[in-house]
Every structure is written in C-alpha cells, then in structure tokens.
Design a binder for this molecule. Sequence first.
Ligand code: NAD
Ligand code: 89Y
Length: 346
Amino acid sequence: MADRIAVAVVGCGFFARNHLHAWKDLAAEGVDLVAVCDIDPAKAQAAAAAFGVPHWYDDAERMLREAKPGLVDIVTRVETHLDLVERAMALRVPTIVQKPFGPDLAACRVMVDAARTASVFLAVHENFRFQAPMRRIGELLRSGAIGDPSWARISFRTGYDIYKGQPYLLTEERFVIIDLGVHVLDLARAFLGEVEHLSAELQRRNPNVRGEDTATMLLRHRSGAVSVVECTYECRRLPDNFPETLMEIEGPRGAILLKPGSVLEVTSNGAVTTEDADAPVLEWAERPWHIIQESVLATCAHMLAALRAGREADTSARDNFETFSLCEATYEAARDGRAVRLGGSR
Ligand code: NAD
Ligand code: 89Y
C-alpha cells in the first residue's frame, strides 16, 4: 500500500459532493479526507458531517496552514481560482482546481507560472476526457483501430435545466464556451492534437440568459485533421441526451461513432462492432449525471497516481492552458468574423 495522503477540499457547493464522494472512494488507495472549507461555515460544517471529515474551515489559507494537506482540491467557482491557487502555490501545496481554469488567459498564465516557479503539482479537474466512453475512445485510437484521425464532430447539445443546480450560469457574461466549451474543446485536443487555427460562431438563443448559450467551432489541427466542435444549452430536441457528448471520428482505416446511450460503433478495416461504453452508476451517483460522476472519480484517481509518480497530470495546468487558449480564440474568432491562428505551445 502506498503512503497515505491527506486531501483537503475547498468549496462545498453544488458540485463538491461528487469530489467528496470520490475522495472517500479512494480511501482504499491511501486517501484521507482531512479537511473541508467553504466561506459559508454552514456548508463546510454540513459537508464535514455528511462525509465524516474531521476538520472544517471557513478560510482556505487557514486550512492550508493548519491542516497541512498533501493535496488540495479546489471546487469553487472560477472567480476565486487565481487567488486560491496562488495561496496554495505560495505554501507549496500540490493542487487540483476545477474547470474553467481561470476567468481569462492572463489569469491562467499567472497560475501556470506560479506552479512552475514553485515546482509544485498543479492540475485542472478537466473530467470529460476521463469519462468512460472517452477513455475507451482513447484506447481505440491508441490501438490504431481507425488509423490517425483526420476528421471529427464533437457535439454536446441539450435543453436540460442546468440552471436549477447552477443558477449562476444565468448571469455569466462569457457563458457556454467557458462552462462547456472548455470540455468539448479539450476533447478535440485530446483526440486530434493541437490546433493550428479556429473559426467560430456564437449565439444567444435563450433570451433569459446573459451570455452566449450556443457555440459552433471549426478547427484545423496541426496534424491536418479537421473537427467541428459544438455545444449548446438551448436545444429543444427530444430525447435530450444530457450530459452526453456525442462524437464521430474518422480515420483512414475506419470510424468511431459515440451515439446516445454511450453506444460505441466502431468500424475498423471494414468490420463493424458495437459496444456499450456507458459508465457504471456508482453507489452514490444517479442518472442522468452518472457519466460525469464516474468521471470525477476517474479524474481524482488519475491526479493521485500522477502526483505519486512525480509526473504532471494529463490535464496539468500547462496542458489546460492550451485548452483555455482555444476558448479565448473562439471568442476572438466569433467577434472578428475570421479564423484565429493559435500560438505555439508553452
Ligand atoms: P457553487 O456556487 O454551488 O459552489 C461553490 C462553493 O464555493 C460555494 O459554496 C461558495 O460558498 C464556496 N466558495 C466561494 N469562494 C470560496 C472561497 N474563497 N473559499 C472557500 N469556499 C468558497 O458552484 P458549483 O456548481 O459547485 O461549481 C464549482 C465549480 O465546479 C465551478 O468552477 C464549475 O464550473 C465546476 N463544475 C464542474 C463540473 C464538471 O463536470 N467538471 C460540473 C459542474 C460544475
Ligand atoms: O457545468 C457543466 C459542466 O462542467 O459539466 C456539466 C455541467 O454541470 C452542466 O452542463
């Protein structure tokens, strides 16, 4: 058994319960959930009671100094990320921060630099590429089942009432790209590689939200592959596939289709196979969120393994900076009505 690691969680709101369950599930892997924190003391206290966590705080800096965690998991909203990450880096505490990494690219750059200067583990909880169907697609691509991908469509379209659990989304000035675009653009990078240029159209189709709720992006990858990446929170088709990402990836030897219900249809060298790539519904999970919930566990497990091995996570701060660059490029491309060329990797 590996040495035990003390984990602390900052933010005890809507999504944090998934992280708290995941860290509890990882107790057998050596995780001790030692402290939770929320600026709302009632939320911190309630989370500590519900998850049997020995200490709760309403001040993150105090928690980091007193509980001295070996890993802190920040599950607050984006406007707090820079401040909390800078505090954790200053105290040299390995850190995971929820998506979206930062409010803008400049803030992301400051966090990447802070981690590099302190030589401390910093990763973004970008969980979509750790979803069960995405893990399987990654395996298939690495096995060469379809050859090097040359075209893809990555699509997240829903009208599910996300505002019920996440009411703050109604008033975000930069909305669907920062909330959901980060996920689908990250999948495009994960499966087709870095991007050379990108064009985009944004729409606000729901008059009750402040920011854009629909995005359609066209990406040319450095490999020569092309992808159409789209996401919307304002789609009225039934059945509604929330929160599934649907996908089509084509290569010289075949194609991978991820269909509703996480059905994976793989054509490889002229033969078609169909498999069920759905995530298990964990004991603490519920439909329709189970794919996301299981991916939180898979993401936390990945982070733990990377930290222990002394390597960067697949979705390290440095890696996620590239995904965030695609978000900024999307806003720029849509605003100016032209393709935006992406800079080199950091
Ligand atoms: P939320 O508003 O429900 O919860 C955030 C909590 O953080 C609140 O309880 C708030 O009091 C607390 N908080 C704010 N500032 C703090 C500080 N300085 N120190 C300690 N606590 C503080 O938000 P949420 O819906 O739980 O979202 C949290 C994050 O998770 C967001 O970045 C969101 O985008 C992300 N999220 C990710 C996924 C995913 O699948 N990856 C899904 C949903 C939400
Ligand atoms: O906020 C979104 C996210 O990041 O994943 C799912 C979500 O909670 C609603 O679409």
